[in-house]
Unconditional design. Structure first.
Length: 257
């Protein structure tokens, strides 16, 4: 069966709501365009959209998670397959590679702010938490063994490296060793450097006299990212246009066996 890699733009969901344009809706047309004999399904997509293959040969999200709605915002590589056996083998390879301490997925991010250290690791627990009418991911700096055993909290790790910096922003290479919804976006807030265009988690980083500090997740109000006037000028955006700014988080490279 075929393996197809494509570059997904930001804003296009993998699995959309009924009647909504999504990648899954486009797959039959892509198959016809490429004259492929078998239906295509998703093996790997940006920001942890995992799939399992059922005995009936249908690819379905596994498991459904509250963070699935955010998968639309990241851009980058989507790996498709026309062979369910190959899909299972590839997904097992990604899992085994992480267990061996390898980093099969590499992301690039533009951040508002420059990390204090040029490279390092972000290691924290993450869990889902209800916040008003929405569910968000919050860090748990020192998770207890019971919460980890009950899988209420997952221990997560991301390796980062600063590739360049200018005008108070940075280009980062991110390599997650673990897989949890919204892991990279939350980890960037812990660096006090939220992703450019992150209108969901960037409010967790406040500033006093230009110095960033971390707010408690329950004290941060979700909304359009706040940027200073100089950066807005560099981007050529007005304050009214800012909510259109896409998330600058991109799955840049996948290692295959």
């Amino acid at each position: 069966g075929a393996l197809v890699a494509l570059s997904k733009p930001p804003g296009l969901p993998i699995l959309g709501r009924p009647g909504e344009l999504s990648l899954s809706v486009l797959l039959p047309a892509l198959r016809r365009r490429l004259s492929l004999p078998a239906e295509l399904h998703v093996v790997k997509a940006p920001a942890r959209y995992s799939w399992r293959v059922l005995g009936g040969g249908q690819g379905v999200p596994a498991p459904p998670c509250p963070g699935a709605m955010f998968c639309r915002e990241c851009s980058g590589l989507v790996l498709l397959s026309g062979c369910h056996r190959a899909t299972e083998q590839l997904q097992q390879f990604f899992t085994d590679a992480r267990r061996r301490g390898q980093y099969p997925a590499t992301y690039r991010a533009v951040t508002v702010g420059v990390p204090a250290e040029a490279e390092g690791k972000i290691h924290t627990g993450l869990r889902w938490q209800q916040q008003g009418d929405t569910t968000v991911v919050v860090p748990v700096p020192v998770p207890g063994p019971r919460s980890l055993a009950r899988k209420e909290v997952k221990s997560t790790l991301t390796r980062y490296r600063v590739l360049g910096a200018a005008q108070g922003c940075a280009l980062l290479q991110l390599q997650p060793k673990t897989s949890f919804p919204e892991q990279l976006r939350v980890h960037l807030t812990l660096l006090l450097c939220p992703a450019l265009g992150d209108h969901h988690y960037s409010a967790r980083v406040g500033r006093v006299l230009g110095v960033p500090f971390l707010l408690h997740p329950m004290d941060a109000t979700t909304g359009t990212q706040v940027l200073d006037k100089q950066l807005l000028c560099q981007l050529g955006l007005s304050t009214q246009q800012l909510h259109h700014l896409p998330l600058h988080l991109h799955l840049q490279q996948l290692v295959l066996p």
